[in-house]
Design a protein around this ligand. Structure first.
Ligand code: 2AL
Length: 164
């Protein structure tokens, strides 16, 4: 789909075309309402600007669509397929790393009360484990901001792919 085609869609259809980017109806609504876009860059910048308004509540709501790092997303939806492709680097890693991610995820959930979120695309399993361990040392407010930044990166990657 091109930005021009997106501009022309009925509101409901336009919402559906963004549904896999993030499980936040408000962000989708605002991006659809911001049409028409004169370029892909403008569309992406608007998506980014809107995502910078997310808070802790938005983070908790959106996490529902992000399986743990190292756990294959089930389901045949577009979102699950995206998640599997984003996390493909972990699939090829060894059992030791998978186990380290599993116990790191558990420690993170105990410490912060939500799933560890990281933009997986472009990162190896080792890199994600190192980030998980580093972020476990964050103070809660700082970690919430890092998680929100990661959520924004994932969403913008998915948005970009929607228009290719
Ligand atoms: C994910 C996911 O499914 N894709 C991605 O980039 N990150 N999950 C997660 N817990 O961070």
């Amino acid at each position: 789909m091109s930005p021009e085609q997106f501009n022309e869609l009925p509101t409901d259809e336009a919402r559906k075309r963004l549904a896999h980017c993030v499980a936040l109806a408000d962000w989708i609504e605002k991006l659809v309402a911001a049409r028409p876009f004169s370029s892909l860059e403008e569309l992406l910048q608007t998506g980014d600007r809107l995502a910078r308004g997310w808070d802790g509540q938005a983070l908790d709501a959106a996490l529902a669509a992000h399986p743990r790092i190292g756990e294959t997303a089930c389901g045949d939806g577009k979102e699950a397929a995206l998640s599997r492709s984003e996390q493909s680097s972990v699939k090829e890693t060894g059992d030791e790393l998978k186990e380290a991610l599993r116990s790191g995820n558990a420690a993170y959930e105990q410490r912060f009360g939500r799933v560890f979120l990281i933009r997986a695309k472009g990162r190896s399993g080792e890199e994600m484990l190192a980030e998980l361990r580093r972020r476990l040392g964050n103070e809660a407010q700082r970690e919430q901001q890092e998680a929100l930044d990661q959520l924004r990166e994932i969403t913008l990657l998915r948005l970009r792919e929607t228009f290719q």
